[in-house]
Design a protein around this ligand. Structure first.
Ligand SMILES: [Zn+2]
Ligand SMILES: [Zn+2]
Length: 186
């Protein structure tokens, strides 16, 4: 794996092209993050700008999500384009650096957005992590037709039905009562 941390001195005037593969650990994914199947392919072009650097590229690969209805895992191939700015707080850099000639977006950089360059290094890992998180759908569903789990017995209704619905047909509160158990005596 190539380094996801690039020193500003390593970025030539014409820009730096980066191509590598990153896995779960490289992006510092925790257990609540989606799982990466194998590795994600990263390609990025990094150029210096007036305030620091700009990275444009994409992430490609297969993510494994947990379905919110049936709690089963399912795979999703993703292609995540990104364009982000990094800003240096180093006055020396700001004084000496004019940015790349190719960079014609210099004037509309919003410094409130983007990432901070720390110790003159552009660190891609945190940014890529966020790109993956942003790409996760609001509701992860293995299929729009997913029938989920039975609230009573936990049966995966995609795999077969259970008898709970028939049993509860008598009272709409029967599920609730079953869950709470016998109400305590006053
Ligand atoms: Zn599902
Ligand atoms: Zn059931």
């Amino acid at each position: 794996m190539a380094s996801l941390s690039v020193h500003l001195n390593e970025i030539p005037q014409e820009g730096l092209h980066l191509a590598c593969e990153v896995g779960q650990a490289d992006l510092e994914f925790g257990k609540d993050d989606p799982q990466i199947q194998g590795a994600l392919k990263v390609t990025a072009d990094i150029v210096k700008t007036r305030t620091g650097a700009r990275a444009r590229g994409k992430l490609e690969g297969t993510l494994v999500y947990e379905c919110v209805r049936c709690l089963g895992d399912y795979k999703n191939f993703v292609k995540i384009p990104f364009l982000v700015h990094y800003h240096s707080r180093d006055p020396e850099f700001r004084r000496s650096n004019k940015g790349s000639d190719q960079d014609n977006e210099v004037s509309d950089i919003d410094e409130a957005e983007g990432y901070t360059i720390i110790a003159n290094r552009v660190n891609l890992a945190e940014m890529l992590h966020e790109q993956v998180i942003l790409a996760v759908p609001m509701q992860t569903l293995c299929s729009l037709e997913c029938r989920g789990l039975c609230q009573v017995c936990g049966q995966d209704l995609n795999r077969g039905s259970c008898r709970c619905r028939e049993a509860q047909a008598g009272s709409p509160f029967s599920i609730l009562l079953k869950r709470m158990g016998t109400p305590p005596k006053p």
